[in-house]
Design a protein around this ligand. Structure first.
Ligand code: ZN
Length: 130
């Protein structure tokens, strides 16, 4: 491994814990690699080893946000998953599947929008029945 700035070859590698989360999701702590050049002080993830674990942490946080968002919509806004699926055009059962751990970006985005602005569900419902 060489420094991308000055070409020095004896770099120091350390690890630090950092947490990542998505909207309505819990923070997920992962260990990130930090390479530091003793010659020019440049530091970073010179081998791009952190991209994948960061992506995985964001996915885990997103999956864990699903039951939380479903509970908010059910308990605070009386919107059951089947209603949300119908008005947003999601496939029937897709919210339950996502809650069970099957990652589905469309479900996560729909739930996120509904939690951020719950009246959108009634607006979609009214627009549909017009
Ligand atoms: Zn350097």
């Amino acid at each position: 491994m060489i420094c991308p700035i000055c070409g020095h070859t004896k770099l120091n590698t350390t690890y630090e814990d950092k947490s990542f989360r998505v909207l309505y999701g819990p923070p997920i702590v992962i260990r990130l690699r930090v390479d530091t050049c003793p010659a020019c002080n440049e530091s970073g993830d010179f081998e791009n080893e952190n991209d994948r674990p960061i992506q995985q942490a964001l996915e885990i946080s997103a999956l864990k946000s699903v039951p939380f968002m479903v509970a908010i919509l059910k308990e605070d806004h009386q919107c059951a998953p089947v209603y949300i699926e119908r008005v947003t055009g999601l496939q029937f059962g897709s919210i339950t599947r996502c809650e069970a751990g099957h990652y589905d970006a469309a479900v996560i985005i729909a739930l996120r929008m509904a939690c951020a602005y719950p009246p959108i569900l009634a607006l979609l419902d009214n627009a549909e029945s017009r």
